[in-house]
Design a protein. Sequence first.
Length: 99
Amino acid sequence: MPKSKPPYPEEFRARAVELLRSSGKTIPQLARELGCSTESIRKWSRQADLDAGVRTDGLTTSEREEVAQLRRQVRVLTEEREILKKAAAFFAGETRGTR
């Protein structure tokens, strides 16, 4: 299975959005020149607008990072809870057997 390309560096993305806004070129023209997909540039432009407060129909980069962090915490806490439930059941069974 072919490996996917590594993500473009943040500086490249910012520069592509800056070129899109200042050059007057269309997204497909700029994508051909930069060697990336039109959807990538469109997505980067949309995210830059969200981060700048121009758009309000999505999450900013910091909000996305916070959601990812909270999801990781939920996953860890869920695993810990399952371990504690199993340990409690184990020790409850042991104490019943010793009486």
